[in-house]
Design a protein around this ligand. Structure first.
Ligand code: PLP
Length: 465
């Protein structure tokens, strides 16, 4: 084990962290007791902690470090931009070169008529923009009653008041008085958990038709938009049955509502195309982007909107914006990130090379006695843990108990893999090599074996009745 000596001992760092640093989505007191893992540096697909462990990052940070860690070019661009123009806003009839260049690049990359970019500091902020933009759009078109946004249960669209309301996470709605009014949630297309006796095909159709039902129940004149992730990420990498998206598109074509594809995870190569909506064959009017936009090197998000929406919104003063909208350093870094993606053909790498390789290996995990289904699209995958595959049974313990044990085993084996309830998920850097995929799969399989042994030891190997 190599030690790194340019910082305080780990326990001292942990004590200060526990005393002063509040962590997101964390039970703070529990963390204070066990101590946070201190990550000190990273390169490629590997992160290092203060104890000298070298850990394979199967989550690309938080689904974002698509081009991998340690890219000098991004550091250099950031330094250059900071010296030249560290900050200026674009509110008062001003603009700057990084915003101009990035907007042009994004409109080239985005499909169809999506040619206009409104910047934010994050994915959550971009979805807040979308919420206000679609309602303003309809008001400007003389249809102010079109306000309701239809979303899906268990969707993740961010953590601001607006974005968390758009999202369908029960645990988030339970705190702080969410959701805000005029947001309606339909069921998610999670066949493994909720499909009952239906075939995946039937189930996919049924879940898609809930959108049509909702539009009819709420009244087309009251519905502004439908928002969805092409593949649900934080909800557990739920890959819908093949019948789902074509039916959603049919419904979207039939009614006059706007379609928002939340591409924060699926965008920028994650699914083997530039955007996830291309992979599932869906034509949005707005795309939310963040995460892979800058590979996480700078905080930046945006909404890419259609010519039609830009035209309508352009007719009024849209009273919305953030101090850091189109931040020049973030924009310059994002642009360089996209340049690297193009030069190194990273989308093609996912689509034609490492993606199919990972898919084959990942799907083979379904042979493990504790794995029910193994789903994967491009470089985002999930496995459902079950004590009884044939009946797709859940564990009797609280959802997440078993998943947590497996996640701990992954960490012990120097692999970052997350759990969502009792699903294990991966979303590794897109630049991963085949050798690194082999390491990921070996460590995942070993962790599943160890997790299963522990689950049995602890008497948790019981299906829910
Ligand atoms: C992460 C995420 C967001 C929120 O982005 P932040 O940058 O964390 O605000 C929104 N939508 C999806 C699909 C996400 O995965």
């Amino acid at each position: 084990m190599s030690t790194i000596s340019n910082h305080m001992p780990t326990d001292e760092l942990q004590a200060i962290d526990a005393a002063h640093h509040m962590h997101p989505f964390t039970t703070q007191n529990e963390l204070a007791e066990r101590g946070a893992r201190v990550i000190t540096r990273a390169e490629g697909v590997w992160i290092h902690d203060s104890e000298g462990n070298k850990i394979l990052d199967g989550m690309a940070g938080l689904w974002c470090v698509n081009i991998g860690y340690g890219r000098d070019r991004l550091a250099e661009v950031a330094a250059r931009q900071m010296k030249e123009l560290p900050y200026y806003n674009t509110f008062f009839m001003t603009t700057h070169v990084p915003a101009i260049a990035l907007s042009q690049k994004l409109s080239e990359l985005a499909p169809g008529n999506l040619n206009h970019v409104f910047y934010a500091g994050s994915g959550s902020e971009a979805n807040d923009t979308n919420l206000r933009m679609v309602r303003t759009y309809w008001a400007e078109k003389g249809k102010p009653t079109k306000k309701i946004i239809i979303s899906r249960k268990n969707a993740y669209h961010g953590s601001t008041v607006g974005a968390a309301s758009l999202g369908g996470m029960g645990g988030m709605h339970a705190q702080g008085g969410l959701p805000i009014p005029d947001i309606h949630h339909i069921d998610q297309p999670d066949w493994w958990t909720e499909g009952g006796d239906q075939s995946p095909e039937e189930f996919g159709l049924e879940r898609a038709r809930q959108l049509e039902q909702a539009i009819n129940d709420l009244g087309e004149d009251n519905v502004a938009a439908f928002i969805a992730e092409p593949v649900q990420g934080a909800g557990g990498v739920i890959v819908p049955p093949e019948t789902y998206w074509p039916e959603i598109q049919r419904i979207c074509d039939k009614y006059e509502i706007l379609l928002i594809a939340d591409e924060v995870i699926c965008g920028f190569g994650r699914t083997g195309n530039w955007f996830g909506s291309q992979t599932v064959g869906w034509k949005p009017d707005i795309m939310t982007i963040a995460k892979g936009l800058s590979s996480g090197y700078q905080p930046i998000g945006a909404s890419i909107v259609s010519d039609e929406i830009a035209e309508v919104i352009g007719g009024c003063e849209f009273n919305h914006g953030y101090t850091y909208s189109s931040h020049p350093v973030a924009a310059a870094v994002a642009l360089e990130n996209l340049n690297i993606m193009q030069e190194e053909k990273i989308v093609e790498h996912v689509r034609d090379d490492v993606g199919p390789y990972l898919k084959e290996k990942w799907q083979a995990l379904a042979d493990h006695p504790m794995v029910g289904e193994a789903n994967i699209v491009g470089m985002m995958g999930s496995i459902a843990l079950t004590p009884h595959k044939e009946s797709r049974a859940r564990f009797a313990s609280d959802a997440g108990t078993v998943g947590y044990i497996c996640r701990e085993r992954c960490f012990a084996n120097n692999l970052v893999m997350r759990h969502v309830g009792d699903r294990m998920i991966i979303s590794p850097p897109l630049v991963m090599t085949r050798d690194e995929v082999d390491t990921l799969i070996e460590r995942a399989a070993k962790s599943l074996d160890e997790g299963m042994a522990r689950i049995k030891d602890e008497g948790l190997w019981k299906p829910a009745s």
